[in-house]
Design a protein around this ligand. Sequence first.
Ligand code: PGA
Ligand code: ZN
Length: 430
Amino acid sequence: MATSVSIARVLGEEVLDSRGNPTVQVTVVLDDGSLSRAAVPSGASTGGSEALELRDGDQHRYAGKGVTKAVRHVNELIAPALTGLPADDQWRIDATLIELDGTDFKSRLGSNATLGVSLACARVAAQVCHLPLFRYLGGDHAHVLPVPMLNVLNGGSHGNGGPDLQEFMLVPLGAPTFREALRYGVETYHTLRELLVEHHAPTNLGDEGGFVPMLSSNEAALGMLMQAIERAGYRPGEDIALAIDFAAAGLWHDGQYRLDLEGRSLSAAEMIGLCRDWSVRYPLVSVEDPLMDNDWDNYAELTRELGNAMQIAGDDLFVSNRSFLVKGIAQRCCNCVIIKPNQVGTVTETLNTARMALSAGYSCLVAHRSGETEDTSIADLAVALNCGQIKAGAPARGERVAKYNRLLTIEGSLGAAARYAGRDAFRPRR
Ligand code: PGA
Ligand code: ZN
């Protein structure tokens, strides 16, 4: 597949993400005139060991959130280093970025600078190879459409006034195709809105497009989803299951997990108990970050206890980083890794972590960030990995829907070769 086309120009610029915060967009031009661009997302409940998202810190611009330094790194440091390299040598492009940065967590260049460049190179290389991005990254075998995990109730740092727990997701695993799965999820999302209107509850949306209901308890969110699924004509567990991202680091106060809504605090053992209890009473197939991201021992305990019954996903625990995953595999923590390219900063490192996870029997859940752009690369990434799971928010707000629309297009283009992951994506693996 080698092409002789090489990189002619790399141009960074400051654009805006879905929260109106600055982010990095990169355009790469090849010497045959081909051009593509990529934009970088940004998290709000970030893991402590994520690669550095470089912000200016100049309080006179965007309250310190400007990214002109990262953009300058793209234009003045990265562009000269990449000019002339073959566009389709992603490994060499990323190795050059890693070497130029020279730190473990992209602290010199910024992961927003490196990922923007890495992703834009992959996109333009796919174009000159006449391949869709998922095929360019995943090869001939990329054909599995992921289960969309739709975050329809937002809380925590993504939804002020909502539940303490960050994400309550619909998981339409019983559908026959991705297109049908999305329809199941969308119809249930609209039914949920009807329920809120009936209860005279606000229908404002959180950062990921889900509703931000005022509830008496976190468990009440699960009850609402069950009600919406049934009212929409689906069978909970059979057609649509549930998933939660606790984002537990955001609950951590004085050595305990504080649930403000319920006026109580839980220990790690009680958090594990809560997962156990809910896994029995609800069709809960996945829990993400139910514990602090440095509590490896309790993650091992939780995985021992519940890992056969459900997916236990590490986001802040692994931060998509291969070295943390190595530790997790050795200590048998979790059975799923959240994959977010901007947590590590290059396409190659993202693929390496995901492939290591899959070969160790972990599942991978490819994920957006709460601050997103119209860039749809993660949709292609999920198909490239054949990993069977993606979370890209509620089916609302353009930057969320763009990912789901891209998956509809991919499914259509694959025709008979497309396979929807469905329930298989959640078979316990270890
Ligand atoms: P973030 O949240 O993008 O705000 O970090 C998403 C998540 O925790 O999965
Ligand atoms: Zn998370």
